[in-house]
Design a protein around this ligand. Structure first.
Ligand SMILES: [Zn+2]
Length: 325
């Protein structure tokens, strides 16, 4: 089923209390959404689908109209997820920078999403607080959750490129959460965007724990979000969850699995569209039963499903859906 903000909040509260993680999966088109929603359902796990600014532009086609793109993705997610009762998903806007403020407000006011991320982390601290608070005010009025961020996260975040590495300071995290009242909080704790080998990532577990404890001690406990988690090992992820992380973002991992499944199919079935050199043109016909897009995209779709099934096993959310009493 589809979760509005209040239900999604329940999901994160349960995850925080029981110390498991919710996998947030970046999506653009229907095959990804189907595969991933089916994967959450088969594991009785709640989840979150998220769309970046680049994704909504793509979804609209050559107009790149973000409002249209968000409507496309939102209706796909809502309609597909409505078929299932043993799990639920919310829809989230990933990394919306202040220049997309109008877009965020549009999605919130038109009930397209369950949660939004305002990423004003490139602004100075006071300005970040001001912009994030503004988004929280509008979003909460419409039953939409808000994720905020301070500090940079190394790597490429869709349209944001950062090569500096700034760790989140616990005191700043506390001040930011208190002043903005965001529901979730993206901490810069040493992860990279894109796939890197786990060994290269210096994930600061002690920093996650410090931030979590400080928020708890000040009665503003929040779920911490881990961005750029595609390159982390399973152990790094479970350790992060134990220390206070509730939302783990996955984007690159899915892109890779989708590409690999497509490549594997065409490596095997190439002669469906390309004449082998040992066959004459007269003898050769292209094989519709193998080049029909449904015949090959389904393999990539199933790869999405398998990927999320594996991810929720690691994050511990299997069988934890709030739909199951
Ligand atoms: Zn991110």
């Amino acid at each position: 089923m589809f979760y509005e903000g209040n239900k999604l909040k329940e999901v994160f509260l349960k995850a925080k209390k029981e110390r498991f993680g919710i996998i947030a999966s970046n999506v653009v088109f229907d095959s990804q959404i189907r595969g991933i929603v089916q994967g959450y359902e088969s594991q009785r796990s709640d989840g979150l689908l998220q769309m970046s600014s680049g994704a909504v532009k793509y979804a609209a086609g050559d107009t790149k109209n973000m409002k249209v793109g968000a409507q496309v993705i939102s209706s796909l997610v809502k309609t597909i997820s409505s078929q299932y009762n043993n799990s639920g998903v919310g829809l989230h806007i990933d990394h919306a920078t202040p220049n997309y403020l109008d877009f965020i407000i549009y999605c919130v006011e038109n009930n397209l999403v369950s949660s939004v991320m305002i990423d004003a982390s490139k602004e100075d601290f006071e300005e970040n607080i001001r912009i994030s608070s503004e988004v929280v005010k509008v979003a909460h009025k419409h039953n939409v959750l808000v994720e905020g961020e301070i500090g940079y996260i190394k790597g490429t975040e869709d349209e944001i490129v950062s090569d500096t590495e700034l760790y989140t300071q616990p005191d700043e995290a506390l001040e930011y959460v208190k002043k903005t009242n965001v529901d979730l909080f993206a901490a810069s704790v040493g992860t990279n965007h894109g796939v890197t080998k786990g060994a290269k990532v210096s994930l600061k577990l002690d920093l996650i724990k410090k931030i979590d404890q400080l928020l708890i001690n000040n009665n503003v406990e929040r779920g911490i979000v881990l961005h750029g988690a595609s390159g982390l090992t399973a152990k790094q992820q479970t350790d992060a969850i134990k220390n206070g992380v509730v939302k783990i973002n996955k984007d690159t991992r899915y892109q890779m699995e989708f590409a690999e499944a497509t490549q594997a199919y065409w490596e095997k079935e190439k002669d469906a569209v390309v004449r082998p050199s040992n066959i004459t043109e007269d003898e050769y016909t292209k094989d519709k039963s193998r080049f029909d897009p449904r015949k090959w995209i389904i393999h990539s779709e199933k790869a999405m499903q398998e990927a999320v099934e594996n991810l929720v096993k690691i994050s511990g959310s299997v069988g934890k859906s709030i739909t199951l009493k």
